[in-house]
Design a protein around this ligand. Structure first.
Ligand code: NAD
Length: 295
């Protein structure tokens, strides 16, 4: 039987970390949520509270269960609260050096039998594992955005990941109400190898003037039954994350087809990262998003 995970720490209180913490407390786990940025922690706790209130209003969660769930989360900027966790889920910025520095910092602070999972969208798991003191107890647990509503969790085995680690993380994914798929440790894994080049190609189409923002998003929504257009989706994911994933694909495969579109690079350099900064391919400052022309 897979080892049971009851207490976790989530490092990174951004959009993904907050969502992971939310589904975990609702599923009955104890969660310590941590981030170097106190403001992100406050925003995450606020968002979790509001999301659970919405679930209560929709009667998908009862008020007592919400109260108990909120009682299972604690948060802070210190990494000292990790001593008792069964698992750390790292969900910080998509930057290998930042992730590696966290693994170095947490190794001595967590139990020797504790597992570490990374929510990375694209960084090779075996390489990240080498930065930990426990490669056999390390793997990818890639949640989709928004975590509370998306059913899939992609599980990525590193070269050194032990079968027991995969079993425990798969059982956790199921306990969180998710459907796991296992993919191998290739650049971009499974989802993002397909999804992010599609988004990048849509940005090239905008850059080349093949169509405007609305035409491109409408084409994919109505022509391919995508629930969101690729540019809307890019804004939703975060343009910095999309660019980081393209760079991983480009470096990992060395093929020109993975070259990030200059327009994506330009938007990221301008700090237009999508919804989280209020601008990307759309402007989110008003009541409804307004498309921003390519130039
Ligand atoms: P985000 O920018 O919303 O949040 C990242 C958080 O990490 C920030 O709150 C930041 O303060 C924190 N952080 C940075 N350095 C830190 C450190 N040293 N210690 C503690 N916290 C630190 O990003 P996100 O969209 O939540 O992405 C987080 C991870 O999840 C990335 O690896 C990303 O690739 C992955 N991911 C993102 C999506 C998506 O759609 N956004 C989907 C799946 C996976």
């Amino acid at each position: 039987m897979a080892r049971s995970i009851r207490t976790i720490a989530v490092i990174g209180a951004g959009q993904m970390g907050a969502g992971i913490a939310q589904v975990a407390i609702v599923a009955g786990l104890r969660v310590y949520l941590t981030d170097t940025d106190e403001k992100r922690i406050a925003t995450a706790l606020d968002a979790i509270g509001r999301n659970l209130d919405r679930q209560v209003a929709k009667t998908t969660l009862d008020a007592a269960a919400k109260f108990e769930a909120i009682g299972r989360i604690s948060a802070g900027s210190s990494l000292d609260g990790l001593g008792d966790v069964d698992l750390v889920i790292e969900a910080v910025t998509e930057d290998e050096a930042v992730k590696a520095s966290i693994y170095t910092a947490i190794g001595p602070k967590i139990r020797t039998d504790a597992l570490i999972a990374t929510n990375t969208s694209s960084i090779p798991i075996s390489r990240l594992a080498a930065a930990t003191d426990r490669p056999a107890q390390f793997m990818g647990m890639h949640f989709m955005n928004p975590v509370p509503t998306m059913d899939l969790v992609e599980l990525i085995r590193g070269k050194a990941t032990a079968p027991e680690t995969v079993d425990a993380i798969r059982a956790l994914a199921i306990a969180l109400g998710k459907t796991p798929v296992v993919s191998e440790d290739f650049p971009g894994f499974l989802i993002n190898r397909v999804l992010i080049p599609m988004i990048n190609e849509a940005i090239f189409a905008l850059h080349d003037g093949v169509g405007d923002v609305v035409a491109i998003d409408t084409a994919l929504k109505l022509g391919a039954r995508h629930p969101m257009g690729p540019l809307e989706l890019a804004d939703f994911i975060g343009l910095d994350t999309c660019l980081a994933i393209m760079r991983v694909l480009e470096a990992g495969f060395g093929e020109a087809k993975y070259r990030p579109c200059p327009l994506l690079i330009a938007r990221v350099e301008a700090g237009w990262l999508g919804r989280k900064t209020g601008r990307g391919f759309y402007d989110y400052s008003g009541a409804t998003p307004v498309p921003i022309p390519a130039r």
